[in-house]
Design a protein around this ligand. Structure first.
Ligand SMILES: Nc1ncnc2c1ncn2[C@@H]1O[C@H](COP(=O)(O)OP(=O)(O)OP(=O)(O)O)[C@@H](O)[C@H]1O
Ligand SMILES: [Mg+2]
Length: 507
């Protein structure tokens, strides 16, 4: 590239207690390029962005922003140099409006008071400019994860930017919102903005990025042009080995398991709000998928099964017993564990240890065992799941806050698995999880079903549903549009049902 780089890292290192998160990283971002950062969970991607944002100080090396004359030591320095970083975790004021969050750096004032009318006008204008359909007077707390992500993006782009970095920005966006974001990024690119894009989804990287830098264990493995590098090559760079099959081999699927046939979860004519009637079963040892477009009722169905939405009709049975008591505690008592979609926001206590987070909500105190034995049992259980899910670092006492994003997700999965439920419902189970860990989680799900667990997987990634499920229910308009056995589940057959372009009815 001929132009001076927008950002240059020179031999930059960052150490945390017990881990070298960045090890002499040299890397450049050109103006007017979209540069993907790839790597396994814990590779150092978010740490690199935190240094760029001035939130972390490196222990060695230099960060240079040529032509700005700014030496980044604090977040304010990075801001002055027109560097904006959108983090993996939402970073918004929950009890403030969309408009206040977006314009927080430049609230319009009149006679020392915030000029609300002007504020709302400016924010609405910004939303229109970016093609975001949102009421700017709404409090952020009332928005779903996708809308919150869009607010983050509006906020980052509220003033002129030179460098924009996004850490897994699409993890809660729908396909249409992702396309919208990509259109915005392409415009910024043509305006000369340097863009850093962190993602675990290779197909996205392929669609949007010009170059990619792969990191592993805090080091740069290499920088490549995306167009001239295959997925297999990128994956090999990321994990240092080849993955032949991401999904458990077919011979572990299907028949051959003892007590299949007993429905563990039976949902009959369930209704909640505009969703229903929905009937479905999940048998012992079975993985059942739910596919459907955003808005098809998938998430609402899951919330109803979790006890978070009231049923307006129908019945849910676990192992033949109707779930009678209402609310989340009723579902849990009945043996249903739901690993929610919005895991980071809903589910973790960042300043507590991994052990405490896994055991959260467990009733493990058995007085007759005595404190020390209870404690021993807890520790054993936690260590088992640290191992099963390959959570890194494998230290039960590490604060969750210090784990990488993907490892935090695994902690939430561990919590639900540790409850040893009858029915496990996974909503988007591998969002934010790297390819290597993904295939481990798929294998784990398979192993758990071999012990008789019934699993319901809701995912917007069709490949995931197809790869995992023995059977797939496809939802459309709040109802089950069809049921597809594993042998017939292809992206095409599922999409056809989800879109309703043919009139195949429920068997
Ligand atoms: N505040 C912290 N204290 C201690 N260790 C930390 C802290 N922040 C990050 N780490 C460690 O630094 C390493 C790199 O983490 P980082 O968050 O940069 O990974 P990542 O590549 O973004 O992973 P992911 O894909 O899971 O988000 C990990 O080993 C992580 O546990
Ligand atoms: Mg990260």
């Amino acid at each position: 590239m001929v132009a001076a780089p927008a950002v240059e890292f020179r031999e930059l290192s960052k150490r945390f207690p017990g881990v070298l998160a960045l090890d002499r990283v040299s890397w450049t971002l050109a103006p007017g390029e979209i540069h993907a950062l790839l790597g396994e969970n814990g590779a150092g991607k978010s740490t690199l962005l935190r240094i760029l944002a001035g939130d972390h100080r490196p222990d060695g090396g230099e960060l240079v922003l040529p032509g700005t004359g700014v030496d980044v030591r604090t977040p304010a320095d990075a801001h002055d140099a027109r560097v904006r970083v959108i983090y993996q975790e939402p970073n918004l004021l929950m009890d403030r409006s969309v408009a206040e969050n977006v314009l927080i750096g430049a609230l319009p004032a009149r006679r020392h008071l915030v000029d609300r009318r002007r504020l709302h006008e400016l924010a609405a204008e910004q939303a229109r400019r970016l093609g975001v359909d949102i009421d700017v007077t709404t409090r952020v707390r009332r928005l779903g994860p996708a809308a919150r992500q869009l607010v983050e993006i509006m906020k980052a782009l509220a003033s002129d930017v030179r460098v924009l970095a996004l850490d897994e920005p699409t993890s809660s966006l729908s396909g249409r919102e992702t396309e919208r974001l990509f259109a915005i990024l392409r415009t910024l690119r043509s305006d000369g903005v340097g863009i850093v894009y962190v993602s675990h989804r290779l197909e996205e990287v392929r669609e949007i990025a010009d170059r990619a830098t792969v990191m592993r264990d805090g080091r740069v493995v290499g920088t490549v042009s995306v167009a001239s590098t295959t997925d297999a090559e990128l994956i090999r760079m990321m994990i240092g080995r080849q993955i032949s099959t991401v999904f458990a081999t077919p011979d572990t699927h299907g028949d051959g398991r003892g007590d299949r046939g007993t429905p563990r979860l039976a949902v009959t004519e369930l209704r909640t709000g505009s969703v229903g009637p929905v009937s479905l079963t999940v048998r012992a040892g079975e993985v059942v998928g739910i596919a459907g477009l955003v808005g098809s009722g998938r998430s609402k169905l899951v919330r109803a099964l979790a006890g978070a939405e009231p049923l307006t009709g129908g019945e849910v049975r676990v192992d033949g017993r109707p779930v009678r008591s209402r609310g989340p505690s009723g579902a849990i008592a009945a043996g249903i564990a739901v690993c929610p979609e919005d895991r980071r926001a809903l589910a973790l206590v960042p300043d507590r240890s991994v052990r405490e987070n896994i055991l959260l909500g467990h009733r493990t105190v058995r007085p007759r065992l005595g404190f020390l034995r209870v404690r021993r049992r807890e520790v054993d259980r936690v260590e088992r799941y640290l191992r099963l899910l390959d959570i890194r670092p494998a230290d039960p006492e590490a604060r969750v806050r210090t784990l990488s994003g993907g490892n935090q997700q695994k902690v939430v999965l561990a919590r639900w698995l540790a409850r040893e439920p009858s029915v496990l419902i996974l909503d988007e189970p591998t969002r934010g999880i790297d390819v290597g860990a993904k295939s481990e989680i798929y294998a784990l799900i398979r192993r758990l079903t071999a012990d008789g667990l019934a699993v319901l997987v809701v995912s917007s990634e069709l490949v995931e549903v197809i790869g995992l499920a023995d059977r797939v229910y496809v939802m459309r308009g709040g109802r089950v549009a069809g049921e597809v056995p594993r042998a017939e589940a292809t992206e095409e057959s599922l999409l056809t049902l989800a879109l309703g372009t043919n009139q195949r009815s429920r068997p």
